[in-house]
Design a protein around this ligand. Structure first.
Ligand SMILES: [Zn+2]
Length: 440
């Protein structure tokens, strides 16, 4: 693929015999399209007015001007970027240098997109991707909030997808010790950046790839619901047969995700003077006794997903130290490895009329696709995958650890982010070829 770089000053590059000078030119162009570079090559470029042709290949960048040609290996093009050194707004994104996953991660992280406020980051991504030659479709979710679907083909069959919202509070990106720190580093802006880099390579090789960026994953999954409906209504090409979802799995391919259900357990008592307990009934004591019996409930296991787990997330009840508690409640969250009905029956038998149960939202467990050559794991956390059911066979992979997601010290390793670009490319190629019509 050869493209003409749309540099703002459109310099000619008359002498590109020095690869170092060429690398400096490209590196500088990546930071500021208007810059004049103090190298022999750019001195001559400044005097010219022709077009700079840049061919983008797997090995590196080929630069040609006025019949002179030079190739620069990707590794020579290391424009290390400080997080504070954000790209200027006039940066010509059509620049046909490859997207750098670290630079792109930092740029995405610099935009606050706490759940509910994703408008700016989606607008930025939309503009950025259009300027790099992608076609985008906005999928409306709620006022000022859209998902973004991205492709260059009419019938994309493999979709790389993650979320662009983050949990609060916003924490600006910072690069130290080979890591990017800050909100969204691993959950999931580093993932979004890696996916874009992988998609650019796949596009280059005519793999029919799409990108789906959703909002609202950290709260109600409303972005994923909207994306699933848009697929059913054919407001996006309804051709995806596999969806590679990105959440931090420590660069392993997840075999499945546990589901989840919430339930509020309430006991009722009778208020009375605490010195005369026989005149009342303590709802808190009943609840504590009941919860102690949870240890004895035989919850189901699954050979792939492991065990059902129950978290007693919070307890409340009673009115005062010297009053028998008239009410009490416990809020439980149960991680599911089977259909929810199995667990519901067990919990109803456990409560056995001694408490009332209020069931909350449920996400089912899901078994996921695998690809040879990747370490595997089971994800106990919830993802958008169960909601994106129309988009094809689900896969789950992502750099970084869920153990630092949602924390103040959220971070991801730069090496792991770079490796994720290769991994997403490999998974997508493998999945795309195995789901091609005519294949088993
Ligand atoms: Zn996430």
């Amino acid at each position: 693929m050869t493209v003409i770089a749309r540099l703002l000053s459109a310099p000619a590059l008359a002498d590109v015999d020095a690869a170092a000078g060429c690398a400096a030119l490209l590196a500088r162009c990546a930071c500021d399209g208007r810059a004049v570079i103090a190298t022999k090559a750019s001195e001559q470029a400044r005097r010219g007015d022709g077009n700079l042709r840049i061919g983008v290949g797997r090995a590196g960048v080929e630069v040609e001007s006025e019949g002179v040609r030079a190739t620069v290996a990707w590794r020579a093009l290391s424009w290390s970027m400080r997080a504070s050194d954000a790209l200027p707004s006039h940066f010509p994104y059509s620049m046909s240098t490859p997207t750098d996953p670290i630079e792109l991660t930092a740029k995405l992280m610099a935009i606050d997109s706490t759940s509910g406020r994703e408008g700016d980051v989606v607008a930025w991504l939309d503009r950025y991707l259009v300027e790099r030659g992608w076609r985008t479709v906005r999928i409306p979710v709620s006022a000022g909030r859209d998902d973004l679907f991205v492709t260059v083909v009419d019938a994309p069959t493999v979709t790389l997808s993650t979320h662009v919202d983050t949990v609060p509070p916003f924490i600006a990106p910072r690069l130290t010790d080979g890591r990017i720190h800050g909100r969204g580093a691993c959950d999931a802006k580093g993932i979004a950046a890696s996916m874009i880099c992988a998609a650019e390579r796949l596009r280059h090789d005519n793999v029919p790839v799409g990108l789906l960026f959703v909002v609202g994953e950290e709260v109600t999954h409303d972005g994923a619901h909207a994306a699933n409906e848009a697929f059913a209504a054919r407001r996006v090409p309804a051709t995806s047969r596999a969806i590679i979802n990105g959440e931090p799995t420590e660069s392993t391919l997840a075999l499945g995700t546990k589901g989840a259900v919430r339930v509020i357990v309430r006991t009722a008592g009778q208020a009375a003077h605490s010195a005369y307990p026989h005149l009342g009934r303590s709802a808190t004591r009943d609840l504590v006794n009941l919860l102690a019996e949870l240890e004895n409930v035989d919850f189901p296991n699954d050979p792939v997903l492991g065990e059902t787990t129950v978290n007693i997330g919070s307890l409340s009840g009673g009115v005062a130290d010297n009053v028998m508690a008239p009410w009490a409640e416990a809020r439980l969250m149960i991680r599911l490895v089977t259909p929810v009905d199995v667990v519901r029956q067990k919990i109803e038998r456990w409560a056995d009329g001694r408490a009332t149960l209020e069931w909350g939202p449920m996400v089912p467990p899901v078994k996921l696709g695998v690809v040879d050559g990747f370490a595997t794991s089971v994800a106990a956390f919830a993802t958008d995958i169960p909601v994106l059911s129309n988009w094809g066979t689900p896969f789950l992979f992502g750099p970084g650890s869920i153990h630092v997601a949602h924390r103040d010290d959220e971070m991801v390793s730069i090496d792991e982010l770079r490796a994720a670009v290769d991994s997403y490319e490999r998974i997508a190629r493998s999945v795309e070829s195995s789901t091609r019509p005519g294949r088993a």
